[in-house]
Structure formats: C-alpha cells, structure tokens
Design a protein around this ligand. Structure first.
Ligand SMILES: Cc1cc2nc3c(=O)[nH]c(=O)nc-3n(C[C@H](O)[C@H](O)[C@H](O)COP(=O)(O)OP(=O)(O)OC[C@H]3O[C@@H](n4cnc5c(N)ncnc54)[C@H](O)[C@@H]3O)c2cc1C
Length: 311
C-alpha cells in the first residue's frame, strides 16, 4: 500500500522511446559520482527525442539533458527525472566555408580538431574543455584569457514546445560561465558557428600549447569536475583557496587537489556527500578569511533543495 512517505510507483515508458530505468549517472559524469536517473535515454534521432520530451511532459516528470557531464555533481540518491543524452540524435558536424553547424552532442575538442583540419580558427581555446556544444551553450565555455564559445556563435537551434527553432545570435546573451539559454532552460539541439581562416600549423601549435599548460596545472589523471568555484570579482578562487590552506581539506577520498586548489578530486570511490563536505569547508574558510562567499561553477543535480553550498 502507498503511504505518504512512499513515492508513487513510476510509470512504464512506451518501449518505442527506448528509455532504461535506474541508470547510475556516475557512468555518465566526468566526476564518476552520482546515483541513478529514474529514466535514461539516448534517442537515435530528434523525432524520438521529441517523443521522449512529450511523454515526460505528459507524466510531469522533469527532463534533463546530459552533455559531457563535466560540469555537474549528481546526488548519491540520483534524480527523479528523464535524463537524455543527445549523443546519437545530435552528433552532426557540417562545415560550409567558414561556417560550421555543430550538433549539441559534438564534443568541443572534436570540434576544435575538425576545424583545425580545415584551417579554420576561432575555437582553439576549446581543445581541452571536456564538454559538448549543448553544455557549452549553457556555460559559455571559455578560458582564462577571455575567449569563449559565445564569441563565435552565429545562431543556436533549440527545441521549444516540441519544435526546433533557430535563435539568431542577437537573441542570446553570453556572459561569464552563463547564458540566457541556461536561464530560460532552453533545450539545445545545436549551434552554427562562424570561424576564421588560419593556417593549420598555427592552430595546431596553439592547441598544443593550451593542452600542455592544462597538463602542467590541472589534475588530469583523477576524476574531477574542472574548476569547482567561479572566480569572484575579488580575485581568483584557486588562489584564495590556496591561501586559506584549502589544499589540506579532505572528506573520504574527496580532497582539494594539490596541483590546483580550485579542483576537488577523488580516487573514483567518493560520494557526492563527501564532495559537498569538501566544497562546504572550502567555502567556509574563504568566507572566514576574506568575507567572500564562493559560488560553485559546477551544477548540483538532485531532487529537493540543493546542499547549502550551492544555495
Ligand atoms: C577537467 C575539466 C576541465 C574544464 N575546463 C573548463 C574550461 O577551461 N573552461 C570552461 O568553461 N569549462 C571547463 N570545464 C567545465 C565544463 O567542461 C564546461 O562547463 C562545459 O561547457 C560543460 O559541458 P558539458 O557538456 O559537460 O555539460 P554537462 O555537465 O553535461 O551539463 C551542464 C548543464 O548543461 C545542461 N545541458 C547540457 N547539454 C544541454 C543541451 N543540449 N540542452 C540544454 N541543456 C544542456 C545540463 O542539463 C546541465 O544543466 C572543465 C571541466 C573539467 C572536468
């Protein structure tokens, strides 16, 4: 019998939608942390994606898209949601002159390499960012010198009320690690970018330098979520964390990286709860010393109110 504390059983999805049940999101996140998605699907095409969207809406179950899974921390309890990966439906990459249409699931490094092969520059900065176009349209992925994906976007294709719609660049705002697409919860299908002709050798040399710099300064061998906190107006988050002795902060196997203080890493077995504990202590110490409340750059995926560090 169903009691008030027992959630109602979840409906069966029509088999044609290809949704699987209770799929651990740790398998799909860069951080390798996260409990199950109630439903998980990789639709083969946009038509099936629209059918999944319509079914989730009819059932009043939230729909979430997962891209590279590189900018999120998923709760140990998972999410009561239909989680969709567009890697089969939106993987199209098509060049026409200096213009390129990249489907939402095209990974940024693959885009940068494909552009380089055609002697097209403009996305060199993206070579080491492990997200896809859909994710980049949410976070305005970019690097420390100010370059970001928003610089080269000509238009963005989104799914609105179950129909693909193309938004010209002028209708989209790109800010520091944020966009109006994110604020409006737009479902991104792809984007058209305008690139710039540049000798391939120059592009590849620059990408090599960028990758080498990452290798030297970031803990690339351990599961991580990139920069955990946004840089506040007062300075660089990593430097502040280092100055308050953040590199010693640990919970379970989750700990602040000894290489880069704005990275929290683990051995592959930490829980989301431990990860949050490390974040919370980092935030507490920086606030105690500088009066600055660090805001997470990574996103919390969970049901109910997020942990305090994310609020
Ligand atoms: C090692 C490492 C290095 C990193 N370096 C950088 C860096 O230099 N610069 C930088 O900007 N970021 C960096 N990041 C963070 C991250 O890679 C970027 O924020 C990236 O843009 C996130 O893309 P994603 O596809 O992984 O998004 P996900 O983590 O999969 O998703 C992030 C959010 O976007 C939403 N989303 C994803 N796809 C869609 C879609 N198609 N439509 C609607 N919503 C969608 C998700 O629902 C979620 O809310 C780094 C991360 C790691 C792990």
């Amino acid at each position: 019998m169903t009691t008030p504390s027992t959630p109602p059983p979840l409906p069966d999805a029509p088999p044609a939608l290809g949704l699987e049940r209770e799929i651990p999101l740790a398998r799909h996140t860069y951080l390798r942390i996260g409990g199950p998605a109630a439903y998980f699907g990789t639709p083969p095409d946009i038509r099936t994606f629209i059918e999944i969207w319509a079914w989730a809406k009819a059932q009043a179950i939230p729909l979430r898209i997962i891209g590279g899974g590189s900018n999120m921390l998923v709760a140990d309890e998972g999410v009561h949601a239909v989680v969709v990966s567009l890697r089969r439906a939106c993987g199209r990459l098509e060049f026409e002159g200096a213009s390129v249409y990249a489907g939402a699931a095209v990974m940024l490094p693959a885009l940068a390499k494909a552009a380089a092969e055609r002697s097209l520059g403009g996305v060199e900065f993206a070579i080491g960012i492990p997200g896809d176009i859909g994710g980049a349209m949410q976070t305005n992925a970019g690097i420390g010198d100010g370059r970001s994906i928003g610089d080269v976007v000509a238009s963005v294709e989104v799914l609105r009320d179950g129909k693909p719609v193309t938004l010209p660049r002028a209708q989209v705002a790109f800010d520091y690690r944020h966009t109006s697409l994110r604020a409006a919860h737009e479902l991104v299908l792809g984007a058209t970018l305008t690139l710039t002709p540049r000798p391939r050798g120059e592009i590849e040399a620059e990408m090599g330098r960028l990758l080498a710099a990452r290798q030297a300064t970031q803990p690339t061998a351990e599961p991580n979520a990139g920069s955990v906190f946004r840089n506040p107006p007062e300075g660089r988050a990593g430097q502040m964390i280092e100055e308050v002795g953040g590199k010693g902060i640990t919970s379970g196997t989750a700990h602040v990286s000894s290489l880069h203080a704005n990275f929290i890493v683990h051995d592959g077995h930490a829980t989301a709860r431990q990860y949050v504990e490390v974040m919370t202590e980092v935030q507490r110490r920086v606030f105690a010393t500088y009066g600055v409340r660090l805001i997470p750059e990574i996103e919390w995926w969970g049901d109910g109110p997020p942990p305090e560090v994310f609020q």
